[in-house]
Design a protein. Structure first.
Length: 279
Protein backbone atom coordinates (compact mmCIF):
# COMPACT_ATOMS: atom_id res chain seq x y z
CA UNK A 1 0.00 0.00 0.00
CA UNK A 2 1.58 3.29 -1.09
CA UNK A 3 1.70 6.23 1.28
CA UNK A 4 -0.73 9.06 0.45
CA UNK A 5 0.81 12.37 -0.53
CA UNK A 6 0.08 15.49 1.50
CA UNK A 7 -2.00 16.76 -1.44
CA UNK A 8 -4.13 13.61 -1.27
CA UNK A 9 -4.60 14.21 2.45
CA UNK A 10 -5.63 17.80 1.81
CA UNK A 11 -8.19 16.66 -0.78
CA UNK A 12 -9.71 14.30 1.80
CA UNK A 13 -9.80 17.11 4.33
CA UNK A 14 -11.64 19.31 1.84
CA UNK A 15 -14.26 16.58 1.37
CA UNK A 16 -15.03 16.41 5.09
CA UNK A 17 -18.47 17.61 6.15
CA UNK A 18 -18.53 21.30 6.96
CA UNK A 19 -18.88 22.25 10.60
CA UNK A 20 -22.16 23.97 11.53
CA UNK A 21 -22.03 27.60 10.40
CA UNK A 22 -22.46 28.86 13.96
CA UNK A 23 -19.37 26.90 15.06
CA UNK A 24 -17.20 28.21 12.22
CA UNK A 25 -18.36 31.71 13.12
CA UNK A 26 -17.54 31.14 16.79
CA UNK A 27 -14.08 29.74 16.12
CA UNK A 28 -13.18 32.54 13.72
CA UNK A 29 -14.17 35.06 16.39
CA UNK A 30 -11.84 33.80 19.13
CA UNK A 31 -9.52 36.76 18.57
CA UNK A 32 -12.38 39.26 18.28
CA UNK A 33 -14.16 41.08 21.07
CA UNK A 34 -16.93 42.80 19.11
CA UNK A 35 -19.22 39.83 18.36
CA UNK A 36 -22.96 40.51 18.72
CA UNK A 37 -23.94 38.07 21.48
CA UNK A 38 -27.66 38.50 20.84
CA UNK A 39 -27.30 37.38 17.24
CA UNK A 40 -25.11 34.52 18.46
CA UNK A 41 -27.77 33.38 20.95
CA UNK A 42 -30.41 33.36 18.23
CA UNK A 43 -28.23 31.19 15.98
CA UNK A 44 -27.54 28.68 18.76
CA UNK A 45 -31.26 28.42 19.51
CA UNK A 46 -31.95 27.37 15.91
CA UNK A 47 -30.13 24.08 16.61
CA UNK A 48 -32.27 22.49 19.32
CA UNK A 49 -29.88 19.65 20.15
CA UNK A 50 -26.97 22.06 20.43
CA UNK A 51 -28.98 24.47 22.58
CA UNK A 52 -30.13 21.68 24.93
CA UNK A 53 -26.57 20.37 25.48
CA UNK A 54 -25.25 23.89 25.99
CA UNK A 55 -27.85 24.58 28.69
CA UNK A 56 -27.10 21.30 30.47
CA UNK A 57 -23.40 22.14 30.66
CA UNK A 58 -24.14 25.74 31.68
CA UNK A 59 -26.02 24.28 34.67
CA UNK A 60 -23.31 21.74 35.56
CA UNK A 61 -20.77 22.17 38.35
CA UNK A 62 -18.22 22.92 35.59
CA UNK A 63 -19.41 26.53 35.83
CA UNK A 64 -20.82 26.46 39.38
CA UNK A 65 -23.77 28.77 38.75
CA UNK A 66 -25.75 29.84 41.82
CA UNK A 67 -29.12 29.78 40.04
CA UNK A 68 -30.51 27.74 37.15
CA UNK A 69 -29.84 28.98 33.62
CA UNK A 70 -33.02 28.48 31.58
CA UNK A 71 -32.32 30.03 28.15
CA UNK A 72 -29.46 30.52 25.72
CA UNK A 73 -29.56 34.35 25.96
CA UNK A 74 -29.35 34.01 29.76
CA UNK A 75 -26.47 31.53 29.40
CA UNK A 76 -24.61 33.96 27.13
CA UNK A 77 -25.12 36.85 29.54
CA UNK A 78 -24.28 34.88 32.70
CA UNK A 79 -21.38 32.77 31.45
CA UNK A 80 -19.97 35.22 28.94
CA UNK A 81 -19.15 34.92 25.28
CA UNK A 82 -15.89 32.98 25.71
CA UNK A 83 -17.54 30.22 27.73
CA UNK A 84 -20.51 29.88 25.41
CA UNK A 85 -18.22 29.68 22.41
CA UNK A 86 -16.32 26.85 24.10
CA UNK A 87 -19.49 24.94 24.93
CA UNK A 88 -21.12 25.26 21.52
CA UNK A 89 -17.92 24.28 19.72
CA UNK A 90 -17.49 21.25 21.97
CA UNK A 91 -21.10 20.09 21.64
CA UNK A 92 -21.08 20.47 17.86
CA UNK A 93 -17.72 18.80 17.29
CA UNK A 94 -18.45 15.73 19.37
CA UNK A 95 -21.43 15.06 17.12
CA UNK A 96 -19.89 15.98 13.76
CA UNK A 97 -17.97 12.83 12.79
CA UNK A 98 -20.04 9.71 12.20
CA UNK A 99 -18.33 6.39 13.07
CA UNK A 100 -17.01 4.83 9.87
CA UNK A 101 -16.49 1.29 11.09
CA UNK A 102 -13.10 -0.31 10.59
CA UNK A 103 -12.46 -0.99 14.25
CA UNK A 104 -11.71 2.58 15.35
CA UNK A 105 -12.99 3.31 18.86
CA UNK A 106 -14.83 6.64 18.48
CA UNK A 107 -16.13 6.62 22.05
CA UNK A 108 -12.60 6.28 23.45
CA UNK A 109 -11.36 8.98 21.07
CA UNK A 110 -13.90 11.53 22.28
CA UNK A 111 -13.41 10.53 25.92
CA UNK A 112 -9.68 11.25 25.59
CA UNK A 113 -10.29 14.51 23.69
CA UNK A 114 -12.73 15.73 26.33
CA UNK A 115 -10.40 14.67 29.17
CA UNK A 116 -7.56 16.63 27.52
CA UNK A 117 -9.86 19.65 27.15
CA UNK A 118 -10.82 19.52 30.84
CA UNK A 119 -7.19 19.13 31.96
CA UNK A 120 -6.12 21.98 29.66
CA UNK A 121 -8.74 24.28 31.19
CA UNK A 122 -7.39 23.44 34.68
CA UNK A 123 -3.76 23.95 33.65
CA UNK A 124 -4.21 27.14 31.61
CA UNK A 125 -4.25 29.71 34.46
CA UNK A 126 -0.84 28.48 35.65
CA UNK A 127 0.70 29.72 32.37
CA UNK A 128 -1.54 32.79 31.97
CA UNK A 129 -3.40 31.15 29.06
CA UNK A 130 -7.14 31.76 28.51
CA UNK A 131 -8.90 28.70 30.02
CA UNK A 132 -11.67 28.65 27.41
CA UNK A 133 -9.22 28.73 24.51
CA UNK A 134 -7.24 25.98 26.23
CA UNK A 135 -10.39 23.84 26.55
CA UNK A 136 -11.14 24.27 22.83
CA UNK A 137 -7.54 23.48 21.81
CA UNK A 138 -7.50 20.43 24.07
CA UNK A 139 -10.73 19.16 22.53
CA UNK A 140 -9.34 19.65 19.01
CA UNK A 141 -5.77 18.42 19.56
CA UNK A 142 -6.26 14.96 17.99
CA UNK A 143 -8.58 15.95 15.11
CA UNK A 144 -5.98 14.59 12.68
CA UNK A 145 -6.65 11.12 14.07
CA UNK A 146 -10.29 11.46 13.04
CA UNK A 147 -9.27 12.38 9.49
CA UNK A 148 -7.00 9.34 9.25
CA UNK A 149 -9.53 6.97 10.84
CA UNK A 150 -12.51 8.09 8.73
CA UNK A 151 -10.88 8.88 5.35
CA UNK A 152 -8.06 6.30 5.31
CA UNK A 153 -9.69 3.34 7.06
CA UNK A 154 -7.44 0.62 5.57
CA UNK A 155 -4.26 2.55 6.36
CA UNK A 156 -5.48 3.33 9.86
CA UNK A 157 -6.11 -0.35 10.53
CA UNK A 158 -2.46 -0.96 9.55
CA UNK A 159 -1.39 1.87 11.87
CA UNK A 160 -3.21 0.27 14.81
CA UNK A 161 -1.70 -3.14 13.99
CA UNK A 162 1.79 -1.63 13.75
CA UNK A 163 1.35 0.13 17.07
CA UNK A 164 0.28 -3.08 18.82
CA UNK A 165 3.10 -5.11 17.26
CA UNK A 166 5.76 -2.55 18.20
CA UNK A 167 4.19 -1.26 21.46
CA UNK A 168 4.92 2.30 20.34
CA UNK A 169 3.25 5.70 20.35
CA UNK A 170 0.49 6.24 17.79
CA UNK A 171 2.43 9.05 16.07
CA UNK A 172 5.38 6.69 15.55
CA UNK A 173 3.09 4.09 13.95
CA UNK A 174 1.48 6.76 11.74
CA UNK A 175 4.87 7.93 10.47
CA UNK A 176 5.96 4.34 9.79
CA UNK A 177 2.80 3.43 7.83
CA UNK A 178 1.75 6.72 6.23
CA UNK A 179 4.76 9.02 6.49
CA UNK A 180 2.72 11.66 8.29
CA UNK A 181 1.33 11.91 11.83
CA UNK A 182 -2.00 13.04 13.27
CA UNK A 183 -0.58 16.35 14.54
CA UNK A 184 0.41 17.38 10.99
CA UNK A 185 -2.96 16.27 9.58
CA UNK A 186 -4.82 17.98 12.42
CA UNK A 187 -3.06 21.29 11.89
CA UNK A 188 -3.91 21.12 8.16
CA UNK A 189 -7.57 20.54 9.06
CA UNK A 190 -7.48 23.36 11.62
CA UNK A 191 -6.08 25.67 8.91
CA UNK A 192 -8.73 24.53 6.40
CA UNK A 193 -11.49 25.19 8.94
CA UNK A 194 -9.86 28.59 9.64
CA UNK A 195 -9.30 27.99 13.35
CA UNK A 196 -7.27 30.78 15.03
CA UNK A 197 -3.50 30.57 14.56
CA UNK A 198 -2.92 29.81 18.26
CA UNK A 199 -5.12 26.71 18.08
CA UNK A 200 -3.52 25.61 14.79
CA UNK A 201 -0.13 25.80 16.49
CA UNK A 202 -1.28 23.91 19.59
CA UNK A 203 -2.67 21.09 17.40
CA UNK A 204 0.54 20.98 15.35
CA UNK A 205 2.95 21.04 18.30
CA UNK A 206 1.28 19.04 21.09
CA UNK A 207 3.85 16.22 20.66
CA UNK A 208 6.75 18.45 19.54
CA UNK A 209 8.84 18.46 22.71
CA UNK A 210 11.64 20.37 20.96
CA UNK A 211 9.26 23.25 20.14
CA UNK A 212 7.55 23.71 23.52
CA UNK A 213 10.08 25.99 25.20
CA UNK A 214 7.94 28.99 24.35
CA UNK A 215 5.26 27.76 26.77
CA UNK A 216 1.79 29.11 26.13
CA UNK A 217 -1.10 27.17 24.60
CA UNK A 218 0.95 24.38 22.90
CA UNK A 219 2.60 23.51 26.23
CA UNK A 220 -0.74 23.54 28.07
CA UNK A 221 -2.22 21.09 25.54
CA UNK A 222 0.96 18.95 25.57
CA UNK A 223 0.81 18.48 29.35
CA UNK A 224 -2.99 18.13 29.39
CA UNK A 225 -2.73 15.33 26.80
CA UNK A 226 -0.22 13.50 29.00
CA UNK A 227 -2.40 14.00 32.10
CA UNK A 228 -5.48 12.64 30.30
CA UNK A 229 -3.53 9.55 29.20
CA UNK A 230 -1.99 9.06 32.66
CA UNK A 231 -5.43 9.20 34.31
CA UNK A 232 -6.64 6.64 31.72
CA UNK A 233 -9.87 8.55 31.10
CA UNK A 234 -10.33 7.21 27.56
CA UNK A 235 -11.00 3.75 28.98
CA UNK A 236 -8.61 2.07 26.52
CA UNK A 237 -6.57 -0.81 27.92
CA UNK A 238 -3.52 -0.19 25.73
CA UNK A 239 -3.25 3.59 26.03
CA UNK A 240 0.34 4.78 26.48
CA UNK A 241 1.36 8.01 28.20
CA UNK A 242 3.27 10.02 25.55
CA UNK A 243 6.75 11.41 26.23
CA UNK A 244 6.52 14.52 28.39
CA UNK A 245 8.68 17.64 28.17
CA UNK A 246 10.56 17.77 31.53
CA UNK A 247 11.24 21.50 31.17
CA UNK A 248 7.60 22.04 30.20
CA UNK A 249 6.38 20.16 33.28
CA UNK A 250 8.74 22.23 35.44
CA UNK A 251 7.36 25.50 34.07
CA UNK A 252 4.07 24.88 35.87
CA UNK A 253 6.02 24.99 39.16
CA UNK A 254 3.32 23.08 41.06
CA UNK A 255 3.96 21.12 44.26
CA UNK A 256 3.01 17.44 44.31
CA UNK A 257 -0.08 18.18 46.42
CA UNK A 258 -1.25 20.75 43.85
CA UNK A 259 -0.77 18.27 41.00
CA UNK A 260 -2.78 15.60 42.84
CA UNK A 261 -5.57 18.10 43.52
CA UNK A 262 -5.58 19.04 39.83
CA UNK A 263 -5.77 15.34 38.85
CA UNK A 264 -8.76 14.76 41.16
CA UNK A 265 -10.55 17.87 39.87
CA UNK A 266 -9.91 16.80 36.27
CA UNK A 267 -11.42 13.36 36.95
CA UNK A 268 -14.50 14.79 38.68
CA UNK A 269 -15.15 17.40 36.01
CA UNK A 270 -14.55 14.91 33.20
CA UNK A 271 -17.09 12.47 34.67
CA UNK A 272 -19.79 15.13 34.74
CA UNK A 273 -18.97 16.61 31.32
CA UNK A 274 -18.81 13.23 29.59
CA UNK A 275 -22.27 12.28 30.91
CA UNK A 276 -23.67 15.39 29.21
CA UNK A 277 -21.60 15.66 26.06
CA UNK A 278 -20.91 12.05 25.15
CA UNK A 279 -24.24 10.49 26.11
Amino acid sequence: MSQPTFDQLLRQIQELPALPAVVLELLSSIDQEDTDVHVLAQKIELDQALAAKTLRIANSSFYGMQSKVTSIPQAVSVLGFHSIRTLVTACALTGSFAPAGGGFDFAAFWRHSLATAVAARMLAPHLQVNPETAFTAGLLHDLGTLVLATRFTAEHALIRSYRQAHDCQMAEAELAVMGIDHAQVGSALAAYWKFPAAIQQAVADHHAIERLDGGGLPLVVHVANAVAHALDLSGQDDALVPPLSPSGWARFALADAAWFALFRQTERTFDEMSRIMLA
